[in-house]
Design a protein around this ligand. Structure first.
Ligand code: CTP
Ligand code: MG
Length: 254
């Protein structure tokens, strides 16, 4: 019987770009979101550790707030993240939008990297199994891969109205065909590079990297995500993340 080979054994060489340059306005006043703490450890450090746990990932590029590069560098060093399990961790300055931050991170990924993951610093608790599943799907031939989960709520499309005014419902998409998308999203490196170059020259903006691939006619596939890969966006998300982390620590899980 054939023993399944791990990504490392298949000579996969993956880098992760971690956009962490946002302000975190929806989380409320305080430090930039990626530097806010969860269980005494910055969100960003959790996210980098989660990626470094994947055997395929050899390099993590953290995209820091433009005025926070030195702070992020020393924070990663303080938490022993640099050189973690032999992984290289670099820090570069980000841009005004997430898309620009990703592009600036991608700029420093070396030529010998075949697969690039893009992972929000704001998703600190992504299980390594999700990271591995995304890498594996790219390895198996997909050019762009997104982890996603089914929706709990029914979704309505509306005609947006002024704040506080009732909004007419336009349609109710069939929930069974909808997915809520997470990160890390995984790409053949040349595909991600090409769509970012084109987005820059065409002035195109998308809320996620896979969206750029779709806009330019590429093929994106979904693999199962995980409920614990949720994005810390609002204060309630931080409470939930604290609870998940406390449970993991109590059970000695990662
Ligand atoms: N991000 C980035 N550069 C930007 C904007 C966002 O690197 N100019 C990063 C954030 O740091 C975050 C990820 O993109 O890790 C997802 O964005 P989001 O959750 O929207 O974070 P923020 O933009 O920081 O939050 P908000 O929109 O509430 O201000
Ligand atoms: Mg934002």
């Amino acid at each position: 019987m054939a023993i399944p080979t791990s990504p490392k054994e298949q000579n996969l060489n993956a880098a992760a770009v971690v956009p962490a340059a946002g302000r975190g306005e929806r989380l409320g006043p305080g430090a930039p979101k990626a530097l806010r703490e969860l269980g005494g450890v910055p969100l960003l450090v959790h996210a980098v550790r989660a990626l470094a746990r994947s055997r395929a990932v050899t390099l993590v590029v953290v995209v820091a707030p433009v005025d926070g590069v030195l702070q992020v560098r020393s924070l990663l060093d303080d938490h022993g993240v640099a050189g973690l399990e032999g992984k290289d961790v670099r820090v570069v300055a980000g841009g005004a939008t997430r898309q620009e931050s990703v592009r600036l991170g991608l700029d420093v990924v070396p030529d010998d990297i075949d697969v690039v993951l893009v992972h929000d610093a704001a998703r600190p608790l992504v299980p390594v199994d999700v990271v591995d599943a995304v890498v594996r799907a790219v390895e198996d031939g997909a050019e762009a891969v997104v982890p996603a989960v089914p929706l709990a709520d029914t979704v309505k499309q509306v005609e947006p109205a002024a704040p506080g005014r009732p909004e007419p419902v336009v349609a109710t998409p069939d929930r069974a065909t909808l997915r809520a998308v997470q990160t890390p999203q995984g790409f053949r490196r040349e595909v991600l590079q090409r769509v970012h170059d084109k987005a820059l020259s065409d002035g195109v903006d998308a809320t996620d990297d896979a969206g750029l691939v779709e806009q330019f006619g590429g093929r994106v596939v979904v693999v199962p995500g995980h409920e614990e890969a949720f994005k810390v966006t609002r204060p309630l998300d931080l409470l939930l993340a604290e609870a998940v982390l406390a449970r993991r620590r109590a059970n000695d899980e990662f």
